[in-house]
Design a protein around this ligand. Structure first.
Ligand SMILES: Cc1cc2nc3c(=O)[nH]c(=O)nc-3n(C[C@H](O)[C@H](O)[C@H](O)COP(=O)(O)OP(=O)(O)OC[C@H]3O[C@@H](n4cnc5c(N)ncnc54)[C@H](O)[C@@H]3O)c2cc1C
Length: 200
């Protein structure tokens, strides 16, 4: 623990009421003249940015992995449901527009899995300069999670909008993956700045 509960000057202002992510609390914290023991320092004084970047290079791929899990769950639920529900004399997935949608989404899922494997291998190999790849997987996986969860709700029809099925929760859980660890706009800025620096 970096700042122990009860440290003078450290206060929890409020617990946020959120759209999802209910298994973990999110709170606004304040630190007023708050002194912490030297032993609790992360890294060395003046090297905070270095620690933060090294952390983000791993936490962004983790956020991507979580988003990929949401996307995969939405895809499984959608395929199961549309394979059972009959409309217009055939299963929902057998209508060609829907078969093609599933084909596109399966292709997207595989490409994001492969990108995540690639970034995981860079981390395992001890590669330090992976800021761009970390941002790329964070964008691709979270945008796919949001898209897949939204398509899943749509494929469930009216049932998708109820709490009877998991897809409505997946849609709420997917949203935050485009926001935390730096919004996807910020990830695009990281990638764009790197490109500009390399080609200018
Ligand atoms: C459930 C939850 C848990 C969280 N957990 C943590 C945590 O554990 N640790 C932690 O440090 N943070 C955490 N966060 C914070 C999260 O990382 C930030 O909310 C997020 O990075 C966005 O910052 P912001 O809220 O200040 O939005 P802002 O920076 O105010 O952004 C508002 C809008 O402006 C856009 N924007 C901002 N700057 C630019 C720019 N330069 N160019 C283009 N568009 C821009 C953003 O993309 C966004 O659309 C959490 C957030 C949530 C919702």
């Amino acid at each position: 623990m970096l700042v122990e509960k009860g440290t003078p000057g450290f206060e929890t202002l409020r617990l946020e009421k959120k759209m999802g992510t209910h298994a973990s609390s999110t709170a606004a914290l304040t630190f007023t003249d708050c002194r912490i023991p030297r032993a609790n320092l992360l890294g060395k004084p003046g090297e905070g940015m270095k620690v933060m970047i090294a952390t983000l290079n791993k936490s962004r791929p983790s956020a991507g992995a979580q988003a990929l899990g949401i996307a995969s769950a939405a895809f499984d639920d959608m395929l199961t449901y549309t394979n059972e529900r009959i409309q217009g004399g055939k299963t929902v997935v057998q209508h060609q527009a829907n078969t093609f949608l599933m084909a596109d989404l399966a292709t997207e899922l595989l490409s994001v899995r492969l990108l995540l494997d690639h970034v995981g291998r860079l981390i395992d190999d001890g590669e330090k300069d992976i800021g761009v790849e970390a941002s790329m997987i964070k964008i691709k996986a979270s945008d796919l999670a949001m898209r897949l969860a939204t398509e899943a709700v749509q494929m469930f029809g009216g049932h998708g909008y109820t709490r009877e099925h998991r897809v409505e929760r997946l849609m709420r859980e997917a949203k935050v993956t485009q926001i935390w660890e730096g919004t996807n706009q910020i990830q695009r800025q990281v990638i764009g700045r790197d490109l500009l620096a390399r080609y200018s």
